[in-house]
Each structure stands twice: as C-alpha cells, then as structure tokens.
Write a protein that binds this ligand. Structure first.
Ligand SMILES: Nc1ncnc2c1ncn2[C@@H]1O[C@H](COP(=O)(O)OP(=O)(O)OP(=O)(O)O)[C@@H](O)[C@H]1O
Length: 301
C-alpha cells in the first residue's frame, strides 16, 4: 500500500521552475531515500509532502490526506526532523521531548526514546550543552515522539562519528521494523546503500532514476575493472571477450576493463583457454558510480 503518492508535482519560486512535474510513491514500511546534488528540489519536495509548502501543480496524498487541506489531521500522523536552529539553547532534553509529546494526541513514552537513542544520562542536560551527535539523536527522537506513521529524516547522520553513524543506522532499521515508513534525505551514499529500500535520484527538478540501490548500481553501464596475476598462458585473448573494453598487462599483473557482466565472461574464457590466474579482484561498482553516471557529478567533491 502506498502511504505517499505524488503525481506531477510542480513548484516555482519567483517564476523559476524548481520541480518539473515529478511523480513517485512511497510504500508502507519502507525506507525511501531522496538523493541529489544541492539545489535540485529535494527539500522543496519533502516540504510539499509535509504540507509546509504549497505546490503550484499536481497532487499529493499522504496516508490518503491532502497535506494542505487536511494539514491539521496529517500533522498528527507524521514526524519531521527539526533543523538545528529550531530549539532554544537552554531547553533541557526531557523538556524538549515532553513539549513535543504534548503536541500529539497519542505520543510515545519519551523515556523509552531517551533509552533507545542513548540520551538517558543527558535527560537534564541543556540543548546548547549537547555534542553534535547528541543533538542529532535528540532531533531524531523528537521526530518519533508523536508515534508517527511516517517519519521524515533529513541529513540523519551529519556530524556523527563513524561508530555513532552505524549505531544510528541500526536504530533506524528498528524504526522500520516497528512499521514506521521513513523518508530519508541524504547526501551519504553509504547511508543510502545501507538503509534505503528504494531511492529517488533528483537532478534539476526531475527524478532521473528511482530504484533499489542495487538496481541503480546494476542499471548503470559504467566501466569497471577486474585485476589478476597471470600464472600461465596469455591474457591478450581476453580483448575478444564480450563486454571487455581494454586489457593492459604490466609484468604478470593484468587489468581488464569492461562493461556489464563482463567479469563472468572473462572468468569463463580464462578457464576455457586453460589460463591460470591468481589474486583475482573485481572492483565493485558503487552507488556513487551510479550517481555520477546519472547526474554527471559526484556528491563528494
Ligand atoms: N523560498 C524560496 N524562495 C526562492 N527560491 C527558493 C526557495 N526555496 C528554495 N529555493 C530555490 O529552489 C531550488 C531548490 O531548492 P531546494 O532547497 O528544494 O533544493 P535541495 O535539493 O533540497 O538542496 P540542498 O541539498 O542544498 O538542501 C534552489 O535553487 C533554491 O535556491
């Protein structure tokens, strides 16, 4: 069942079109990633879906509701991660959670969230005194305190160290397992690859691809490489193998470049021709490769 349905969404600012009629749907219980370079309309899209901005065209339904007309009802059912400037420096952690819980008819017990997000010993700390990672975890806890059916998380692990990022991913998986649908705006390829069931890649106000992370990687016809050490035989025959675009040999080291599933064909050709190799490695294609192929740029400049 789709919990979010967006059809032909358009948005202009001062006559300039920033969303060109995009369509997508988010299924119940999935983590749906929104990925794209800066200024490509990700925040605008998410804020239209949340009912914070009014579209110029198209239709949006979230849990069957219209985010503008049914805004009050919808706000009871969704959780939105705040931006850093939106909490006073001197509010205590428990006060913030208690305050946000009071906005909802059926909130979660925020003490549980303190435990779940590793903030129990910071219960009485003031927001301004928290570390970047603790602030980030508090924002996620606040997005979940209303017991939402859909949570919108933006730049989930910005400012967290590698260990804290992994810990956050594990808790987000638990959130999904509890049945909450998550919309995740992210700049981190590893995070999207680890967490998202499906990803929409935004570019220039359009969705240029929408698939699972593995599907996006497979769908891109980027060149990649396999390497090995030649033990016996001749590697030059590999240049005839379908998909292979280049073979370079330096001493006994061979690098084969190709497209698609050329590695399987290369391995078969090696076996057929009794060429013995060692230390065979295939460079894994990544979501970053797919992203570059789709948008012509990398997010990690
Ligand atoms: N309130 C506004 N008034 C005018 N222009 C805006 C407004 N909000 C956003 N824009 C412009 O619309 C375009 C899309 O912005 P948006 O914030 O949706 O992109 P984004 O993909 O979320 O970018 P980022 O990754 O930097 O957050 C940008 O060119 C931005 O400058």
């Amino acid at each position: 069942m789709a919990v979010i349905e967006v059809t032909d969404l358009t948005k202009r600012y001062a006559g300039q079109t920033v969303l060109n009629g995009i369509s997508f749907s988010v299924e119940e219980g999935e983590i749906f990633g929104i990925l794209g370079p800066n200024g490509t309309g990700k925040t605008t899209t998410v804020e239209c879906v949340e009912g914070l901005r009014r579209p110029d065209g198209g239709t949006i339904r979230v849990l069957g509701l219209d985010p503008i007309k049914d805004g009050r009802e919808l706000r009871e059912l969704i959780g939105v991660q705040l931006q850093h400037t939106q909490l006073p420096e001197n509010i205590k952690v428990w006060e913030a959670l208690d305050l946000y819980a009071s906005f909802y008819a059926n909130p979660r017990d925020w003490r549980e969230l303190l435990e779940q997000w590793g903030l129990a010993d910071k219960r009485n700390a003031r927001f301004g005194k928290l570390s970047g990672g603790q602030k980030q975890r508090l924002f996620i806890a606040l997005a979940l305190v209303g017991n939402p059916k859909v949570a919108f998380l933006d730049e989930l692990t910005t400012g967290l160290d590698p260990q804290a990022r992994r810990a956050t991913w594990e808790v987000i998986k638990q959130v999904r397992a509890s049945g909450v649908t998550v919309v995740l705006v992210s700049h981190f390829m590893d995070e999207v690859e680890e967490l998202c069931d499906r990803v929409a890649v935004f570019d220039g106000g359009d969705i240029v691809a929408l698939d699972t992370p593995a599907g996006l990687i497979d769908g891109v016809d980027a060149e990649h490489q396999m390497r090995f050490r030649l033990m016996t035989g001749d590697a030059s025959l590999l240049s005839e193998v379908p998909g292979v675009t280049g073979v370079t040999t330096k001493g006994d080291q061979v690098v084969v470049t190709g497209r698609g599933d050329f590695a399987t064909a290369v391995t078969a050709a090696l076996a057929r021709n009794h060429v013995m190799v060692a230390d065979l490695r295939i460079d894994k294609r990544t979501l970053d490769d797919a992203f570059v192929a789709l948008t012509g740029r990398s997010l990690h400049l």
